[in-house]
Design a protein around this ligand. Structure first.
Ligand SMILES: [Zn+2]
Ligand SMILES: [Zn+2]
Length: 241
């Protein structure tokens, strides 16, 4: 490279890094930035640093006293809120008796087996996540988090048939596993002033009495399991007679 070109290239690099530094420095409020004993930015119980490419966070150390440590999926550093990309550096984890580290799905790099022992620690990851790949790759002990946090919706049922005979109507529905069925019927399709009837889990039909002559009715069903209800079924018409 020619001397002059080299000089301009160097100048460009300097200007670029200066603007980057200036850009980073603007939101900093010195009073809010605490540093841990390892020289990392302290956020809660965690010592964190900005990842090399400045778009993510590396969690470097732990200063709390929990046996089970849940790593957040984001931190705010220098005024920027960024996702956690790496958990790197076994400082304060195994030495302070941490037994479990729960990793967020945002993590794609975990430790370095040569330097970070994470001795006696089990990582918890979601099956199929980048965090799983990362702990697997380094050979750390890990288990899957089960998805009990997501409540399963209660399975509903559908009305199979409605038969109208004078002031009576017979409703039949599909049997599903539940604790009970709740049926409601009304003269209005929007179920205004609906009457409700409960049926035991072994029933699959109901006879509704005292319907008004020459009036159309609408009926819906839902199931109840434990304290939870399913969504209401589609509205079925009870024809007039
Ligand atoms: Zn630290
Ligand atoms: Zn990094």
């Amino acid at each position: 490279m020619k001397k002059k070109t080299k000089f301009y290239a160097l100048l460009l690099v300097m200007v670029l890094s200066l603007t980057q530094l200036a850009g980073m420095a603007v939101p900093v409020k010195a009073a809010e930035t605490k540093t841990c004993s390892h020289g990392r930015t302290l956020s809660g119980d965690f010592g964190i640093i900005l990842h090399e490419c400045a778009d993510g966070i590396c969690v470097m150390c732990y200063h709390g006293h929990s046996k089970r440590v849940v790593i957040p999926d984001k931190f705010t550093i220098y005024g920027y809120t960024l996702p956690v990309w790496q958990v790197y550096g076994d400082y304060g984890f195994s030495e302070n008796g941490v037994k479990e580290i729960v990793l967020p799905d945002t993590v794609f790099g975990v430790g370095d087996k040569e330097f970070d022992s994470y001795e006696g620690i089990t990582f918890y990851v979601h099956k199929g996540s980048d965090a799983e790949k990362a702990v697997k790759q380094e050979g750390y002990t890990y288990k899957y988090l089960n998805n009990t946090s997501k409540p399963q919706p209660v399975k509903g049922t559908t009305i199979k048939r409605t038969i109208r005979i004078q002031n009576l109507a017979k409703i039949t529905w599909k049997k599903v596993k539940c604790d009970k069925y709740e049926i409601r019927y009304s003269q209005k399709k929007n179920m205004k002033n609906a009457k409700k009837v409960n049926c035991g889990k072994n029933k699959t039909s109901l006879v509704i009495k005292k319907l008004k002559k020459n009036r159309k009715y609408y009926v819906q069903i839902r199931t109840k399991s434990g304290k939870k209800y399913s969504a209401w079924s589609k509205v079925k018409v009870i024809s007039k007679r």
